[in-house]
Design a protein around this ligand. Structure first.
Ligand SMILES: [Zn+2]
Length: 293
């Protein structure tokens, strides 16, 4: 068993989109080390470019051979891939995003073939460095570490895209009082992670020594006579400034996600839609109420 690092250019192969597809069989082109790569090898799949890093771990299932790209992969290639070239077929065993910024702070970074900007797609990794990387990834199964986000695995070990938790309709009042002091709910944490801690209004991601910081803002507030639900479609990922402005009714959000009271749009992601009835509540009771003062 050997360790490898395979790179891809997300501008040609949309790896993040691919990893949200639960299908676990994947291929990778092999331009070097064809005779050394074999079944059982462990491959770290690396996305080049800004925001890059390790995106997944693949177990090699078959020796490399000349073949066409699988039909199931075609949708992720910009313009498709019809070349008959050497590829390896494997199984995605772990979908994880370990960012370059995070890895730079690890001793193993010095040994990785990505640091020196080496060209090529397939790089060998020493057993020691491979075990170190697996150890880092394993640790993140148990710790919520900044710089690392995790795709979910279901109980049978099969990999599924991360799903937002259901949440509860009637959250305990203790969770209501402040955003900063009381620990985030599971819902708040999941929403921030799916947005990678970027504000849905201004796109800012605050970097702190302890990792990225964002706030979970409830659209229909949890407190008051008529508390809103602590569910993902009632939660925004915002920077502290936009959180305060939103809570105090300085701006609101129309059903088409354009902002009211200020320029811009609220960025949404396919995996995290907002409930328009909560937006209507905010417009009616917080935005307009503020405007009348
Ligand atoms: Zn913001």
């Amino acid at each position: 068993m050997a360790f490898w690092l395979f790179k891809c250019n997300p501008k040609q192969y949309q790896i993040d989109k691919r990893l949200h597809d639960p299908h676990s069989t994947i291929t990778w082109s092999v331009s070097r080390h064809r005779n050394q790569i074999g079944p059982g090898d462990i491959v770290f799949l690396w996305a080049n470019g800004k925001g890059g890093g390790i995106r997944a771990v693949m177990r090699v299932d078959e020796p490399p051979r000349d073949m066409l790209e699988l039909e199931s992969e075609q949708g992720y290639w910009i313009g498709g891939d019809t070349s008959f070239i050497c590829r390896v077929v494997g199984t995605l065993t772990n979908r994880i995003s370990v960012t370059t910024d995070f890895l730079r702070a690890q001793p193993v970074w010095e040994k990785l073939p990505v640091k020196s900007g080496q060209q090529g797609t397939n790089f060998p990794i020493t057993d020691t460095d491979g075990e170190t990387l697996l150890g880092l990834i394993e640790r993140f199964h148990h710790e919520d570490s900044p710089g690392v986000s995790q795709w979910a695995t279901d109980e049978g070990g099969e990999i599924v895209p991360e799903r937002l938790p259901e949440g509860t309709e009637s959250p305990a009042r203790q969770q209501v009082i402040t955003q900063r002091v009381i620990r985030d709910t599971e819902v708040a944490t999941a929403v921030k992670r799916i947005h990678n801690f970027r504000c849905q209004v201004c796109d800012v991601r605050l970097e702190t020594p302890g990792g990225p910081y964002a706030e979970a803002a409830h659209i229909h507030p949890l407190g008051g006579e008529n508390p809103g639900p602590d569910q993902p479609d009632n939660v925004l990922c915002l920077c502290p400034n936009h959180h305060v402005l939103f809570d105090y009714g300085a701006f609101s959000i129309a059903d088409d996600m354009s902002l009211l009271g200020m320029e811009g749009r609220c960025r949404i992601l396919p995996g995290h839609m907002l409930n328009v009835s909560n937006l209507a509540y905010h417009r009616r009771n917080i935005f307009n109420a503020g405007a009348e003062k």
